[in-house]
Design a protein around this ligand. Structure first.
Ligand SMILES: Nc1nc2c(ncn2[C@@H]2O[C@H](COP(=O)(O)OP(=O)(O)OP(=O)(O)O)[C@@H](O)[C@H]2O)c(=O)[nH]1
Length: 382
C-alpha cells in the first residue's frame, strides 16, 4: 500500500524521516512522496529525509518561524490561514500512486495538535483517497496542557480523518529511559510497524501465499472516524549450516512453525499494541505475518486469524503473509480497527477535563487580579 505522507510539527517530521529511512533500508516502496509542515523553521531545517522542496513553513508572518509554543488553538489557526500552501505541496504528490494519505503528528504540542485536524479536513475535501491520521499521545509526566491539547485535538481529528491510528509514548518507554532520550528508538518502532503493514501489500518476490492488499488495510481501518491500534511482535529464528556447507538455512518442522506463528501473533495483539486495549473492544482486525517463506506456516496464519476472531468476537478478521528472504526473524503485525475504548483514552479524557477546569480557574483569577487595579481607581499612563 502506498501512502502520501504529510508530517506536521516536530515529532511528525521526525517520524516521517524514520519511515523514509525504513523504506530505504528495507528496499520497499511505501511512500509515494512526503511533505513536512511546521511553524518552526529550525525543525524543518533539521529534517534529513524529506525533500527540502516539500517542506512548508506556515504562520511565518505571525510567529516568525519560532513555533506555536504548545498552543494548539494557534497551531490550528496558522494551518487554516496557510492551508493553500499545504495544499500546493500535497498537490505535487503523484496521487495516481497513492492508496491513502497519512497525516502524522504528536497531539500534545501546538503545531501538530492543531494542524492535523485542519489538514485532514482539507485533504478529505479534495481527494477521494482515504485520509488517515497517526497521532502520538503525550506521556503522563508532560502534564495538563499536553493532556488537554491531545484530548481536544483527538476529539476533532476523529471528526475529520477516516481513521486515527494512535501511538502512546508512555506504553513504549523502556525502564529508566528518559522521554526525550527514547524518541529516536520510539520513532523507529513506529516506522517498523507501519513499514511491515504497508509493505505487505507491495510484496512481489517471493510471492505471498495470501496477499494483503491495500483495500484490506483500508477496510480494517474503516472510513467512519474510528480509532486504531497497531500491534507488533517478533521472534528470532535460528539458521543452521546445511550438511554440505553453503548458505545457512532455517530448518523447520511444520508444527514448530505453526506454533511460532500463533504465539507471535498473540504477543503482538496482547502485549505489543501502540494503543493498549482489550480485544473485545475492537470492531475489525488484520494480521500480517512476515518472515522467510519456509517459516510462514499457512496453518499458523489461519489459526492466528481464527484465534483473533474468537478473542475480538468479530467475524471481520483479515489475514495474510509477507515473505522476506533475508531476515532472521518472524514478525507479526496486528492492526485493530474501530477501537471503541482503551484505558489510556479514558484517562486522557478525565485528565483533560481536569486541566480545562484548572485553566478556567486560573483565567478567572487573572481577571480578578485585573479588577484590583480597576478598584484602585488609578488611571493608566496610556
Ligand atoms: N514519539 C515521539 N514523540 C515526540 C517526539 N518529539 C516530541 N514528541 C512528543 O510530542 C509532543 C510535542 O509535540 P511536538 O511535535 O514537539 O510539537 P509541535 O507539534 O511541533 O508543536 P509546537 O512545538 O508546540 O509548535 C510531546 O508530547 C512530546 O513528548 C518524537 O520525536 N517522537
Amino acid at each position: 500500500m502506498k501512502i502520501g505522507l504529510v508530517a506536521v510539527g516536530q515529532a511528525g517530521g521526525k517520524i516521517a524521516d524514520a519511515l523514509l529511512r525504513y523504506e530505504r533500508s528495507a528496499g520497499v516502496e511505501i511512500v509515494a512522496d512526503a511533505v513536512a509542515v511546521n511553524t518552526a523553521r529550525a525543525d524543518l531545517l533539521g529534517l534529513q529525509e524529506i525533500d527540502p522542496e516539500r517542506r512548508v513553513l506556515i504562520g511565518g508572518d505571525r510567529v516568525k518561524g519560532h513555533g506555536s509554543g504548545a498552543d494548539n488553538e494557534l497551531g490550528a489557526e496558522l494551518a487554516r490561514e496557510d492551508i493553500g500552501e499545504v495544499r500546493d505541496a500535497v498537490d505535487a504528490i503523484p496521487t495516481s500512486d497513492v492508496d491513502a494519505f497519512l497525516v502524522v503528528a504528536a497531539l500534545g504540542g501546538g503545531t501538530g495538535s492543531g494542524g492535523v485536524p485542519v489538514i485532514c479536513r482539507e485533504l478529505r475535501r479534495i481527494y477521494e483517497e482515504p485520509v488517515y491520521a497517526l497521532g502520538v499521545l503525550p506521556a503522563r509526566e508532560e502534564g495538563g496542557i499536553y493532556t488537554l491539547n491531545a484530548a481536544r485535538s483527538l476529539k476533532t481529528v476523529v471528526e475529520h480523518a477516516d481513521a486515527t491510528l494512535l501511538f502512546d509514548n508512555d506504553a513504549h518507554r523502556e525502564t529508566g529511559e528518559s522521554l526525550a532520550g527514547g524518541y529516536g528508538r520510539v520513532n523507529e518502532e513506529i516506522a517498523r510497524r507501519l513499514g511491515v503493514l504497508l509493505s505487505a501489500g507491495e510484496a512481489r518476490d517471493p510471492t505471498p501465499e495470501k496477499v494483503v492488499d491495500a483495500s484490506e488495510i483500508i477496510n480494517t481501518l474503516g472510513r467512519s472516524g474510528g480509532v486504531a491500534s497497531l500491534g507488533y511482535a517478533s521472534a528470532p529464528l535460528e539458521r543452521k549450516r546445511g550438511l554440505f556447507g553453503g548458505r545457512k538455512r532455517i530448518e523447520e518442522d511444520a508444527l514448530e512453525s505453526t506454533t511460532r506463528v500463533t504465539a507471535t501473533v498473540r504477543r503482538a495483539a496482547l502485549g505489543g499494541l501502540t494503543l493498549p486495549c482489550e480485544l473485545p473492544d475492537v470492531e475489525r482486525a488484520l494480521v500480517v505475518v512476515s518472515g522467510p517463506p519456509e517459516t510462514l506456516s499457512r496453518a499458523g496464519v489461519e489459526d492466528a486469524r481464527r484465534w483473533l476472531e474468537e478473542a475480538t468476537g468479530t467475524p471481520e478478521v483479515r489475514g495474510g503473509d509477507y515473505p522476506l528472504r533475508d531476515t532472521d526473524h518472524l514478525a507479526a503485525a496486528v492492526l485493530l480497527g474501530g477501537v471503541t475504548e482503551a484505558p489510556r483514552l479514558a484517562e486522557l479524557r478525565a485528565g483533560a477535563v481536569e486541566a480545562q477546569r484548572n485553566v478556567a480557574a486560573i483565567a478567572e483569577r487573572a481577571e480578578l487580579s485585573g479588577g484590583i487595579w480597576e478598584a484602585e481607581g488609578l488611571d493608566p499612563l496610556f
